[in-house]
Design a protein around this ligand. Structure first.
Ligand SMILES: [Zn+2]
Length: 339
């Protein structure tokens, strides 16, 4: 059975950088200076005697050469070359940190997402829809280019379950087709839902466009949007590292997929719709992801705006500004650590 994950806050409070360095036998190489330890970097194997600094008071580290820094969890993650969740589990095991005492409601006791779900994965489809109409006026009206339609395989469906709808193929992280989302063109008549999904398909287990986003330049931040069309528009504007939640609430499985995709301290930009549901989803996603990743939020200037209601240039500018803000903030945050 998978051990219970006690949570990052509990671990960071329970284990010191000093203990971690001691366990690795690295204390001999470091020199004490006030509340800091200085020495050559044990992560990238440098020789400069001042590049690596540990703040015992703040319980964090930083290397000026390889630019890696963070908590005990980040240190073990880099040292062992594992994800932060695995690093946390290692620390938990080495230092026998128990979930006890974390039940004050404030500290989160997380469990791997598949334990919480009865269904572990969506089953890949055994068919593909044919004879889709790429030239339907609705698609043009929504501002989608021929290249976007071709890439995402979106088209109007005349027959079958999704007849009368725009179909959007949905793939899992491996790129296997797991569903078609059917969007009614325009406002649907009662009781037709705006979107139709196949029975049994759980969108909370997937991130739309993840298999393409992971092919894009990994140095770019991962942009997370709510809907399919927001995703199309960010992609079409030229930022290809983009995924959609297919809704406004980040699920546990989606959280795990994002963390796995960008890695510890990875860059994520939340670009949700500027409405009540969007702000709620964005704030909740920020709170959860910010614990593990470098998260920035884009908010639109006006109520009701969303990724497909601004020009591609404006969209790119919003993303780039969020990225720059991220660099500036990081710089400020990193300085106090080795002080
Ligand atoms: Zn280093």
């Amino acid at each position: 059975m998978t051990p219970k994950f006690v949570g990052f806050d509990v671990l960071k409070a329970a284990v010191s950088m000093h203990q971690v360095l001691e366990r690795y036998g690295l204390l001999d190489r470091l020199h004490r200076q006030g509340d800091n330890l200085n020495g050559p970097c044990p992560l990238h194997g440098g020789h400069n005697p001042t590049q690596f600094r540990v703040s015992l008071e703040k319980n964090c580290f930083n290397c000026f050469s390889c630019q890696i820094g963070g908590s005990i969890v980040d240190f073990v993650s880099h040292k062992e070359r594992v994800g932060i969740r695995d690093a946390a589990l290692l620390l938990q095991d080495w230092f026998k940190v128990q979930p006890k005492g974390s039940a004050n409601g404030k500290l989160r006791v997380a469990t791997p997402s598949h334990n919480a779900n009865t269904q572990e994965a969506n089953v890949p489809l055994t068919f593909t829809l044919r004879d889709l109409d790429w030239a339907h006026p609705y698609l043009k009206q929504r501002g989608l280019s021929a290249e976007t339609l071709r890439t995402f395989g979106v088209g109007y469906c005349r027959n079958g379950l999704m007849a009368g709808r725009m179909v959007i193929p949905v793939h899992n992280a491996k790129g296997q087709l797991v569903a078609y989302a059917g969007r009614w063109p325009g406002e649907p008549p009662n009781p037709e839902p705006r979107y139709k999904l196949p029975k049994g398909f759980r969108k909370s287990l997937e991130l739309f466009n993840l298999h393409r986003a992971t092919q894009a330049d990994a140095r770019l931040p991962l942009v997370v949007v709510e809907g399919y069309f927001g995703c199309f528009h960010v992609w079409q504007a030229g930022h290809r590292r983009v995924v959609s939640l297919m809704g406004s609430m980040l699920s546990k499985a989606q959280e795990d997929l994002i963390v796995r995709t960008v890695g510890p301290g990875g860059k994520v930009i939340l670009l949700f719709d500027e409405d009540e549901a969007g702000r709620k989803g964005r704030s909740e996603a920020f709170t959860r992801l910010d614990e593990l990743l470098n998260v920035r939020v884009v908010s639109f200037a006006r109520e009701g705006l969303q990724p497909d209601s601004v020009t591609p240039e404006q969209l790119l500018e919003l993303i780039q500004q969020a990225g720059l803000r991220e660099l500036a903030t990081r710089h400020q945050e990193e300085e106090p650590c080795p002080a």
